[in-house]
Design a binder for this molecule. Sequence first.
Ligand code: PMP
Length: 503
Amino acid sequence: MQDNGTCKYDNILGTVGNTPIVRLTKLAPPHVNLFAKIEAFNPMGSVKDRLALGIIEDAERRGTLSPGQTVIEATSGNTGIGLAMVCAVKGYPLVVTMAENFSVERRRMMRFLGAKVVLTPASLKGSGMLAKAVELANAHGWFLCRQFDNEANADMHSRTTAPEILTAFEGERLDYFVTGYGTGGTLKGVARVLKAQRPDTNIVVCEPDNSPILGSGIAQARDADGTPSESHPSFRPHLMQGWSPDFIPKLTEDAVAMKLVDRILPINGADAVRLARELAQREGIFVGISAGATLAGALQVCASAPDGATVLCMLPDTGERYLSTPLFEGVAAEMSAEEMEISRSTPGARFDAPPPAPPATKSASPVPAPAVSAEVEAFVAQVLADREQPLVMFALEWCEFCWSLRKLFAQCGIPYRSVDLDSTAYQRDDRGGQIRAVLTARTGSKTIPQVFVGGEYIGGCTETLDAFREGRLQDLFRDHGVGFDENVRIDPYTLLPGWLHPR
Ligand code: PMP
């Protein structure tokens, strides 16, 4: 965790923790000091990076995780993303089980980091994805992280989060520490240190108001081995992803049993979303729904706190993880009437008017086509006549329309030759430009991509997609003996760049 002040690390894992504590100047009532600990500063953007590193390094020390062994965990996302980072660095394969209703950006991030994500039905809730992880771990001999009851989770917070807070408030008041709970790792790990070292600090725990599993006072039913045996009767689905699963986690239960919790606060989902937005728009702090929810709890605390009190709340993760959730509901991708008006206030680059004519200058002349060598002429002719590879695309590496065609060819399972004119392979003597000149002379088209089957020019991106839609492309593949997956049924227009799709 230490960087000795140089900000130079042996690997990314050294950047976990040491997150900043920032004063909220606009959202705090004037009579209190309100601070937020912003866990989005962790390398993968959430508090769970701490737990991931803590659990894996603890298992390494104990020898319960051996080199190259597969790691598995049930997670609503942030733990999986943190584990995916840790496992990538340390070389462990990772399998994550996750209920299908958590935001899709989370799954895609884990897969991007190299993890396998096994979805479980939303109807089986958090305990269903947990049961699946246990089943897979037992069946395959994988290392199960057990974030909900693994002491290494709480220990990591006692070793990192809590001392960071103690240092930040050394010699100052710290009247309230406000947090939610997902596993209770933050709660148990921080609260026990604060209770010992700063007994004057009140520990406040927040949970969704429609799902008061702690507030109800009803104990969690458990099997003999401590595993929750059924959903808690007070659990209801709620908006705060990462908070309160459908059972009371062991670490959370411990914190209550150890009398670390002074107050349990119910939080309204709409308040959580509103405050996450206000944090962004008024404080410039971009965080997720559970952060808005924790702030809602902190503001309730502030309202009844004495003058000059200091309140610290945890903000568990970044807002970027919520683009497909209610947090971004109503945040448009298209221009609003007000934005259109700004656009129309000057003449350039508008959608509603033709661009102004460029000023006429006598010297304006088109860029001359490069002189084409006989070798390049022969190269194009040879590529187009190649019977081994009848499908040829002249493309640009950066071009999104070329990528649309690449996706189509990949989905059809069809091999093709891509001549990427802007790649280093065609830079010498402007061979890319020369090939383009040869193509223009042949097809009359100046644009790229240009697609050919068996030497026959199909067209650019749209023409190729149309030819596929109408079955002409498939006929040509058959004519030229090109095998492809005949069962693929897609609307090829869905492969166009996302920004072209009508919304
Ligand atoms: N918020 C979010 C978004 C989370 O992912 C989590 C962890 N699941 C938490 C809050 C709660 O953290 P902890 O597990 O330490 O209780």
